[in-house]
Design a protein around this ligand. Structure first.
Ligand SMILES: Cc1cc2nc3c(=O)[nH]c(=O)nc-3n(C[C@H](O)[C@H](O)[C@H](O)COP(=O)(O)OP(=O)(O)OC[C@H]3O[C@@H](n4cnc5c(N)ncnc54)[C@H](O)[C@@H]3O)c2cc1C
Length: 610
């Protein structure tokens, strides 16, 4: 295995070639005809990221051309679902551009389902349109491939580089090739981080024989957050983790079932249960329970309470809808094009939804900025919309100069989903091109020392293993190193037990969080001793370190926000109510890259749309 060093100098480096990254590569070429655009991707962009397996619906499409929805409507929707807390400038900006991105997907060959009568895209719900989406990812990857100067697949980016000639300015990124072991140095004038959200930071329901199965992509290792945090970027709303109601054991999504098949839920005794919890929820969150549609977290809350009351399992009533052969076909296809494992679980458990109502469950928490919650980096909004506190020069630029984000990386833009993430990539790239143009001839300075120090750090787990394996006492146990899987399970356990995971019914409080943070800090020291047996394990080691940083951020934010803003996502037992008087605001954090200390602050939440 070589540790050859490969250098690449470019104008725009895109880290992560998922939905945000492919959108960024495409748009960077449009505005930056003569710029050098490089993508560095951990897997292979043809099948990478959360959309790797395909999707059945594009969840964010306004349909403004047909008068279906306007961007303002989407801001209201996202704000309502998030209990008031979104960055309305970013949300509006995404919504006003998302339709044009979707039209491009169709031009590029993605098959859309059409309404036979109107010829419009077939709606699954108010915001969702239905696609034959198995090939979604290869199609957008193709657009990125034709746009970028070079796509580097199999590169795990571990750290951002900083420009040493100017404070707080990004200078590129480094990582290693997971197949060859080569060390890659990307010196870049601007960087767009689009490396996806975080699964496997809380202990999953699927352990043992089901280990590895999660709802969000198991390979989403929080790199978008960790890379930004390491560079000193401010983060926002990291406490706003998401818990999903999903089909049990396969984590099959329920959207098409609720919206298109019109299935519904009931408890073990055949009763509707959500209304049972109305008064209880109202006492916690006040009038938010009367909003329409009911915020997702509050529906989760009723589910969790009903289970705690001993009236589970909760079932999805499919037996009625599945009598219609067309709906039966849609129900199965929904999984075959997106979450094959759910169909396999049903087959293995003798569940035919035509005759048996399948069980639902609430998942372990995930952290992401593009789905129905909005954790991520604190980014500038667009100049025509954003109030002063939300604007510092370039759209989607983080608080580090030249560092941009898209998709899960960006905080505050909930309900962007696949199409909105691609759109955000486009917006970030357009701004990054402007940023690079404004730099004119200014060169950035990344010293050999910075690069050499990082190289040593990155490959350390291989050395730890090489030395420590001589001390193996039983099978895989060595007194001088931790394997990545051992570290992962320790991280998941601490997050689960102290920061509000499944085993405590999503409950935490100040004391639990303080202890959790201590344990996470100890883990940071211990993870200096991770041992990697090969390059694959080296990737696992760095994924784990990224997950740890994302977890620390989640714990810090959860401790800071002294209220229960989203019952059903998590509960602060010491502050069991939503508190609009003190906490109708966004939360911000920054980890000092030198001292590793976190500082927290509040930021105003501006309601820009009526
Ligand atoms: C199960 C599931 C169902 C979903 N259903 C829908 C749906 O029906 N409709 C819809 O519109 N949206 C859906 N989504 C949401 C959608 O997939 C995401 O919103 C979108 O993919 C987020 O885009 P992103 O670019 O931020 O992340 P991703 O698309 O996940 O891309 C991140 C990329 O970064 C790469 N990467 C990660 N770490 C590194 C690193 N350290 N170095 C280099 N590269 C790295 C990854 O390999 C990946 O290619 C679903 C998501 C999931 C998981």
């Amino acid at each position: 295995m070589g540790t050859k060093t490969v250098y690449e100098d470019c104008d725009i480096l895109v880290v992560g070639g998922g939905m945000g990254g492919t959108g960024a590569a495409y748009e960077a070429r449009y505005w930056g005809r003569d710029m050098k655009v490089i993508v560095a991707e951990k897997a292979n962009i043809d099948r990478s990221g959360a959309v790797a397996q395909g999707l059945y619906a594009i969840n964010c499409y306004m349909g403004t051309q047909w008068g279906e929805n306007n961007p303002e409507d989407h801001v209201r929707y996202a704000r309502n679902d998030l209990m008031g807390m979104v960055r309305e400038d970013l949300a509006f900006d995404m919504a006003r551009h998302v339709d044009s991105a979707v039209h491009k997907f169709e031009d590029w060959g993605l098959p859309f389902m059409k309404d036979a009568e109107t010829g419009r895209y077939l709606r699954e719900g108010k915001w969702q349109i239905m696609i034959h989406g198995e090939s979604y990812k290869p199609i957008v990857a193709d657009a990125a491939r034709k746009s970028a100067d070079k796509i580097y697949n199999r590169i795990m980016v571990t750290h951002l580089l900083m420009d040493e000639s100017k404070d707080n300015r990004v200078g590129g990124a480094v990582g290693f090739n997971c197949r060859t072991g080569d060390f890659h140095v990307f010196r870049a004038r601007s960087v767009i981080v689009a490396a996806g959200g975080a699964s496997h930071i809380f202990k999953p329901r699927s352990t043992g024989e089901g280990m590895g199965r999660t709802w969000y992509a198991p390979w989403s290792s929080g790199s978008a957050y960790a890379l930004s945090i390491q560079a000193g970027a401010k983060m926002t709303q990291m406490e706003n983790r998401i818990v999903l109601c999903r089909f049990k054991d396969g984590y099959g999504p329920v959207g098409a079932y609720f919206l298109h098949l019109k299935t519904y839920t009931q408890n073990a005794y055949g009763n509707e249960y959500e209304s049972t919890w109305y008064e209880d929820t109202k006492a916690m969150v006040g009038e938010y329970i009367d909003h329409h549609p009911t915020p997702t977290c509050l529906r989760n809350h009723a589910f969790i309470q009903e289970m705690k009351a001993g009236r589970g399992p909760i079932y999805m009533v499919t037996k009625e809808a599945f009598q219609d052969p067309h709906l039966e076909e849609v129900g199965w296809e929904n999984f075959l094009g997106m979450t094959v494992s759910q169909a396999v679980v049903w087959a293995s458990q003798d569940i035919d939804p035509k005759y048996t109502n399948p069980e639902l469950t609430t998942s372990e928490p995930y952290v992401m900025g593009s789905h129905a919650t909005c954790s991520g980096a604190w980014c500038s909004g667009p100049e025509d919309l954003s109030p002063e506190e939300y604007f510092w020069g370039y759209n989607r630029m983080m608080t580090v100069d030249g560092l941009f984000g898209a998709g899960d990386a960006v905080g505050g833009t909930a309900h962007a989903f696949s199409s909105g993430s691609f759109t955000e990539g486009r917006l970030a790239a357009k701004a990054a091109v402007k940023y690079v143009n404004d730099l004119k001839d200014e060169k950035n300075n990344v010293t050999d020392k910075q690069v050499d120090d990082l190289k040593k750090t990155i490959y350390q787990p291989l050395d730890n293993y090489k030395v420590g394996r001589n001390e193996i006492v039983a099978g895989t146990v060595s007194p001088s190193y931790l394997l990545p899987i051992q570290g992962l399970q320790r991280l998941e356990k601490v997050m689960d037990e102290y920061v509000g995971g499944i085993s405590v019914n999503y409950m935490t409080n100040d004391k639990m969080l303080e202890r959790g943070i201590e344990l996470l800090d100890t883990m940071e020291e211990d993870f200096e001793h991770l041992g990697a047996e090969d390059l694959h394990q080296l990737m696992r080691a760095w994924e784990l370190k990224h997950r740890l940083l994302a977890s620390q951020s989640v714990a810090q934010h959860t401790l800071f926000r002294e209220e229960t803003r989203w019952p059903g996502y998590y509960y602060r037992g010491d502050h069991m109510k939503l508190d609009d008087e003190n906490w109708h605001c966004l939360t911000l954090s920054r980890r000092d890259p030198e001292t590793r200390k976190w500082t927290m602050e509040k930021a105003p939440v501006y309601h820009l749309v009526d």
